[in-house]
Design a protein around this ligand. Sequence first.
Ligand SMILES: [Fe+2]
Ligand SMILES: [Fe+2]
Length: 227
Amino acid sequence: MKNYIIADKYKELLDVVQDKIAYAAHDLDHVLRVFQLSMFLAEGEKDLDLDVLIPAVLLHDIARKLEDEDPSGKTDHALVGAAMAGEILEDLGYDERLIAKVKNCIVTHRFRSGSPPSSREAKILYDADKLDVIGAVGIARSYMLAGRHGERMYLDVPLAEYLAENVGENGRIKDTSKHAANLEFELKLKHIPDKLFTAKAKALAQQRVEFMQNFFAVLKQEIDGKR
Ligand SMILES: [Fe+2]
Ligand SMILES: [Fe+2]
C-alpha cells in the first residue's frame, strides 16, 4: 500500500480535527490510518467524489471524545459528529450540497448504527474505519483500550455464558474487568469481513482477521505454558 498525502487545501480542516480529537484508539493516528485505507480503497474507482470522502474521513470521529466522556452512554458520536462536521465545514466556507453529503457519510460510519452507508463515499469510509479495528493495528488498539478500562489480557469463558452475563441489550459491556480482547474478537471483530461493502476491503479484512486468529491462539498457548 503506498503512502497518500493529504492535500494542502485540507490543512485548516486538519487543524480543527487535531484540536477536537479523542485519545488512545480514536486519536489522530486513527484518523490518518483511515485516510490511508480510504485512499487505497478509492484508488482506481471511477466517479468517486474525493471532495466528499476526504472531509468525511477527517471529521468522522470528531465527536468521539464527547461520546467517551458521557457517562449516560446516550451520546452517539456518529450523529453528534455529523452535526459538528456540518458547522465546521460551514465555518470554513464549504458548499452546502457537499456538506450534506459529508454529513451523510459520518452518520452512517458506525458499526452498530441502524443506518447503513448508502453512497459510495460512505461505504468507503465505513470499510476503511472497520479495517482499522482488525489486524495488528486492531490488536494494538484493543490493548490500548484494555489498559484504560481495566480489562483482562485473555479470558477463557464460553461465549454464550459471557454474552448472557456481561453484554447488555445495546451491545455495551457491563463490567469491563470481565472483558478481554479475545472475547471482543470472537463476538465482533472476526465477523467484520462479512459486514464490509467493497471487495477490496473484504479481501484485506480476511487477511487481517486470520492474523488475529493466529495471534490469540498463540497468546492462549503461551498463557497455558504450551509454548
Ligand atoms: Fe467512529
Ligand atoms: Fe473511526
